[in-house]
Design a protein around this ligand. Structure first.
Ligand SMILES: Cc1ncc(COP(=O)(O)O)c(C=O)c1O
Length: 460
């Protein structure tokens, strides 16, 4: 499927019949979609034969890289054995049992029960219902408010989109659901005041949670929800002081803590879950993406014993569930994926090699004229593009320069994503020094080209 004619035809048919997610449909149809046909290790290939280094692991997802025959084999074997059966009506099957046990082993000690779905959005919807159901069962049905952050992305269903804080997602929810509040992001580079240290800012950003709890009444608050590192919001990495203060506030008011680990789960921060990296003690963890490295859709919410015990003490149904919850083939692939991560010690490698290599590569761009800040934690990184380094002044029309830069990456056969004018990266966990060198060289050229394109807007 890679010759010219087929490639043009694919684009034409795609434009005729395929509505893409998070897309400007006018501009997609004007330019046509890029057709990706193959992947192997850290690379993907498009239908024109171009090889592309994938600095986004698919979409924060393909942690073990592309083309893993063991994962295909696991799916094949499970399809032959039992391609599908539901987990409603008191039935189960071996892959879902084995995966649940494995997840309970990997998650923080008191999180032992898993409720499954197929996407991060579904997992967060389930978590929202579970949180509110928990409080209702505890005799406190008024506790419904979930507090999250302004740049949080928790998914695209109306409930997960409402829990997320992005105004453009809210704008297309017609309307957002009630019962969600959004506080300041722990985003030192973008939100701190003149001279405020990251640690002081981290405390201030966390105390916004306490202010909000008091504003709405502690008796109405069900939970705080947060990604250990805000991914789609621009790889916003909280200062070290932030999470301990959040934990203190959550504990003080006895509300639940939901860690959305759809991006940070499965090794990205050098621990199985990002909560373990930061010492966060969540009551619920949502996961998706890298559970299967994206080879099949699978998500879930892992809940702690406190929540599970309340559910179990209540002799009635919890009226919630998805047909594909705990899909046997997806579970078999997830188990094999986790086995690969263990065998190849990919998580230890994030701490010992890939994480430091990413930090070192990004540090080279710190002095570039359009770079305001570089930052990373584990295998999540960001480069802030600014018009004035000294004042952190942004370019006019946010997002414009980010797209210029992203297009230079594309032309060079490299994928990094633009979140407005923040360039973000989440490489697969299998990168070697060769990929970091390749990425570093492309980023240098792309930043130089972008500088040329916007030279007149740069502070002298
Ligand atoms: C932190 C986080 N939560 C939830 C989601 C939603 O996941 P999905 O796209 O699988 O519904 C995403 C997607 O990127 C995410 O980054």
């Amino acid at each position: 499927m890679t010759n010219q004619y087929q490639s043009a035809q694919l684009r034409e048919l795609d434009a005729l019949h395929h509505l893409h997610p998070f897309t400007n449909h006018t501009s997609l149809r004007a330019g046509g979609a890029r057709v990706i046909v193959r992947g192997d290790g850290p690379y993907i290939w498009d239908s024109e034969g171009a090889r592309i280094l994938d600095g986004m692991a698919g979409l924060w997802t393909c942690n073990v890289g592309y083309g893993r025959k063991e994962l295909a084999q696991a799916a094949y074997d499970q399809m032959i054995e039992l391609p599908f059966y539901n987990t409603f009506f008191k039935t189960t099957h071996p892959p879902v049992v084995a995966l649940s046990r494995k997840l309970a082993e990997l998650a923080p000690a008191n999180l032992n029960q898993v409720l499954y779905g197929s996407s991060g959005s579904e997992a967060n919807d389930a978590a929202i219902r579970l949180i509110r159901h928990y409080w209702a069962l505890k005799g406190e049905p008024k506790r419904r408010i979930i507090i999250s952050r302004k740049s949080a992305y928790h998914g695209s269903t109306i409930a997960a989109g409402s829990m997320g804080g992005m105004s453009h997602v809210h704008a297309h929810s017609y309307p957002v659901y009630e019962g969600f509040r959004h506080i300041i992001d722990p985003y030192w580079y973008g939100e701190s005041e003149d001279g405020e240290s990251p640690e002081d800012f981290g405390i201030r950003a966390a105390r916004a949670l306490e202010d909000e709890i008091l504003a709405v009444g502690p008796e109405n608050v069900a939970a705080f929800a947060g990604e250990p590192v805000q991914g789609a919001g621009g790889v916003k990495i909280a200062p070290e002081s932030y999470w301990p203060e959040i934990q203190r506030i959550v504990d003080k008011y006895g509300i639940l803590l939901l860690a959305d680990e759809v991006i940070t789960g499965f090794g990205r921060l050098g621990t199985w879950f990002g909560s373990q990296h930061y010492g966060i003690r969540p009551n619920l963890i949502t996961f998706a993406k890298a559970a299967t490295s994206g080879y099949l859709p699978l998500s879930g919410v892992i809940v702690d014993d406190k929540i599970a015990n309340v559910l179990m003490a209540h002799d009635d149904d919890f009226h919630h569930g998805y047909t594909f919850a705990g899909h046997p083939v997806a579970c078999a692939v997830a188990l094999k994926n986790l086995e690969i991560m263990e065998q190849e010690k990919l998580i230890a490698r994030v701490n010992e090699f890939t994480g430091p290599a990413l930090a070192k590569m990004l540090a080279k761009f710190r002095d570039h004229p359009i770079v305001g800040e570089v930052r990373s934690v584990g295998l999540l990184g960001a480069i802030e593009l600014v018009a004035d380094k000294s004042t952190r002044r942004r370019f006019a029309d946010p997002g414009r320069v980010g797209l210029i830069c992203r297009d230079h990456f594309f032309r060079e056969g490299f994928i990094m994503r633009a979140v407005f004018d923040t360039m973000v990266t989440a490489p697969p966990l299998i990168w070697t020094q060769a990929q970091f060198d390749e990425a570093g060289a492309v980023i240098q050229r792309a930043l130089d080209h972008t500088l040329n394109d916007v030279a007149r807007e740069i502070a002298a």
